[in-house]
Write a protein that binds this ligand. Structure first.
Ligand code: APR
Length: 251
């Protein structure tokens, strides 16, 4: 077994409090495109035109049309992959305290993770811009764009758009978890968007080990992270789980 995989398995089994920070990369193997890099949504669309709250307010119909195009896989076929399932299993075995995800796809919960902070909200719910009524996306008629609340107001995804604040309760809870962890797994994020990208720095400052899982280096690599396990999150987490299973098996 790869030395870093074995080292990570031993670290997880011996840790006091492990937290995972995940990004779009963990969902790529579920068919959901990332935002940056090869095949990234922001390579095809201007994020300020499709993911900024001012753009949504200016032309909700246009933004909804672009969103539906970009979110097709998420809305139809996306299922949890080995990366999501691996983190859920670590939680079930008692080796993972919580997932802080930047993703809005709900795949961590679908995989069985119970402690999940959706740092950028969720596409699984819609909120009326007029009366604030929340409704599950699955129960909203998306054939009519923009979708409307029974009150006539326009529904918006319960996600955090660019230009909006992270819900304070998510920010505070995430900082508490990161301040108190001794291991932060950073899985499938380019670590470029604040304030999520600040979490690894906070963890490092409190003396935690920061372990990246990503096919590519990121701005954290070699500066904040203790090391990078270079590979896809599904296969890497499968290997880590196998290592943890060996260590926890009765000797
Ligand atoms: N497994 C793990 N990571 C992968 C894989 C894979 N199979 N394939 C690619 N990656 C990595 C890429 O190398 C990259 O570092 O996933 C990362 C995806 O980066 P982004 O697309 O920037 O996604 P993310 O970091 O989640 O973006 C943060 O930006 O636009 C906003 O709100 C959006 O939440 C998002 C935020």
């Amino acid at each position: 077994m790869d030395a870093l995989i074995q080292q990570t398995a031993e670290t997880l089994v011996g840790a006091r409090s492990v937290v995972a920070l995940t990004g779009a990369g963990i969902s790529i193997e579920s068919g959901i495109p990332p935002f940056r890099g090869p095949g990234g949504l922001w390579e095809k669309m201007d994020p300020m035109a499709v993911a900024h709250i001012d753009a949504f307010r200016r032309d909700p119909e246009k933004v909804w049309t672009l969103l539906l195009h970009g979110m097709q896989a998420l809305l139809t076929t996306a299922r949890p992959n080995d990366g999501h399932l691996g983190l859920a299993r670590l939680e079930q075995w008692g080796y993972l305290r919580s997932v802080i995800t930047q993703n809005v796809d709900g795949l961590h919960q679908a995989a069985g993770s119970r402690a999940v902070i959706e740092f950028h909200g969720t596409f699984a719910w819609q909120r009326c811009m007029d009366c604030g009524h929340r409704c599950e996306t699955a129960r909203v008629d998306l054939t009519k764009i923009p979708p409307r609340c029974p009150c006539g107001g326009i529904y918006r995804p319960d996600c955090v758009f660019f230009g909006e604040m992270i819900p304070p309760q998510h920010l505070v809870r995430s900082q508490q978890l990161v301040d108190g962890c001794d291991v932060l797994l950073v899985v499938g994020t380019s670590a470029t968007v604040q304030p999520a990208a600040m979490m690894p720095l906070l963890a490092k400052e409190n003396g935690a080990q920061v372990i990246e899982i990503n096919p590519e280096p990121t701005p954290l690599t070699g500066r904040i992270s203790n090391y990078l396990i270079q590979g896809g999150s599904g296969a890497v987490l499968n290997d880590i789980l196998a290592g943890v299973a060996k260590l926890r098996a009765p000797s």
